[in-house]
Design a protein around this ligand. Structure first.
Ligand code: FES
Length: 129
């Protein structure tokens, strides 16, 4: 079962942008789509580690700011013909408040990191467009 960590208000995340959370196991980008859906991925592009949080969100994808790979926000998968996957984290929105699962979604997890680690450090700034 997940522990849900309150990370702020939906309105704090720019539309078609992202907010970055610093955690003990790397930065997490929390994205907000035009349709007010929220997704969270590790803030590292599967290509060469570009900061996905600084990319442009369109539909349910984000374009990496470095070499323009398209990444599916729901799965973290690169859109073909590119291949790779950014780790995905579970998020939910309730009454305008955003919550992140303190343990990342295990699907596709490379394992090892963050086992038993509930101590997400949340802070940092907002990036967006
Ligand atoms: S690092 Fe993201 S497309 Fe190259």
């Amino acid at each position: 079962m997940n522990d849900w960590l309150h990370i702020g208000k939906l309105e704090d995340i720019p539309l078609q942008g992202a907010r970055v959370l610093e955690t003990a196991f790397g930065n997490i980008a929390v994205f907000r789509t035009q349709a007010n859906e929220v997704f969270a991925l590790r803030d590292r592009c599967p290509h060469r580690g570009g900061p996905l949080s600084q990319g442009i969100v369109y539909g349910r994808r984000v374009a990496c700011p470095l070499h323009n790979w398209a990444i599916e926000l729901e799965s973290g998968e690169a859109v073909a013909p590119d291949k790779g996957c950014a780790r995905r984290f579970s998020v939910k929105v309730e009454r305008g408040e955003v919550y992140l699962a303190a343990q990342g979604d295990t699907a596709g997890s490379s394992g090892g990191e963050g086992a038993g680690n509930h101590g997400l450090y949340v802070g940092v700034g907002v990036t967006g467009h």
